[in-house]
Design a protein around this ligand. Structure first.
Ligand SMILES: Cc1cc2nc3c(=O)[nH]c(=O)nc-3n(C[C@H](O)[C@H](O)[C@H](O)COP(=O)(O)O)c2cc1C
Length: 217
């Protein structure tokens, strides 16, 4: 269980030791370097030890907490699962699927093993904050941005990850067991660890296929 921000001064120290006082001092990376770094993020399904230590994980979560967040509602919560707790979590995933009507024992057994695919799992939750001007979907989007920030900082520390939802993520049973309200969402189970192998770089997409320019009339 992570404790309060103040207990782990590493991120504060790190941020305060940098000079962020002028816009030009923010340019630690050239745009191309930043793009290359983002482009190198790749999901890896099978992850091994080591997982991030407490300070490394906290830095990644601190980055998550900088996500765009309409009205600063902070609609994100994170739960870590590691070590032997993964076995119990596998049981919980299987129970959640069974509660949802799954009866195939092969499928249920498979799901029990899922948490063993990485040394650490971070459950990322949208904790819905009712607000007249910020609909639920904006809070979900904010959580998605938070997760991407997290993945990139993990990558910068040499770790790999895979953002999964899986069949159980929408299970009311799982949400209850995690202490979620009915209006909360499990945005992802982020599997975290160290890559066990290299994978081929992604094929670049053609930007022009996704962009058009609006003209009046
Ligand atoms: C919300 C969300 C849920 C996802 N759930 C799964 C999942 O359950 N299983 C899976 O194989 N990939 C899932 N993915 C996709 C992977 O995280 C990954 O993005 C995809 O395999 C493409 O690989 P890349 O991240 O290296 O581009 C999910 C992605 C998102 C954004």
């Amino acid at each position: 269980m992570l404790h309060s921000y103040d207990r782990y001064p590493i991120t504060k120290t790190l941020f305060m030791s940098s000079d962020f006082s002028t816009p030009s001092s923010l340019n630690h990376f050239s745009p191309n370097q930043l793009y290359d770094f983002i482009n190198r993020r790749q999901s890896i399904g099978l992850l091994v030890e080591p997982a991030p230590n407490t300070a490394q994980l906290e830095l990644a979560i601190a980055a998550a907490l900088t996500a765009p967040d309409h009205h600063r509602l902070h609609p994100w919560r994170f739960i870590t699962i590691q070590g032997e707790q993964r076995v119990a979590f596998g049981e919980l995933l299987a129970k959640s699927l069974a509660e949802g009507g799954e009866i195939d024992p092969v499928q249920l057994d498979r799901v029990k093993q899922h948490p063993m695919r990485a040394p650490m799992i971070l459950i990322c939750i949208v904790q819905d904050q009712p607000h007249l001007k910020v609909p639920h979907y904006e809070q979900v989007l904010s959580c998605g941005a938070a997760i991407q920030n997290l993945l990139l900082v993990l990558q910068s520390q040499g770790f790999s990850s895979m953002w999964r939802s899986g069949a159980a993520a929408e299970s009311a049973h799982l949400k209850r067991a995690l202490g979620c309200a009915a209006s909360d969402e499990i945005a992802g189970l982020v599997y975290i660890g160290t890559a066990s192998k290299e994978i081929a770089p992604r094929e670049p997409l053609n930007v022009a296929d996704f962009v058009s320019e609006w003209h009046f009339g």
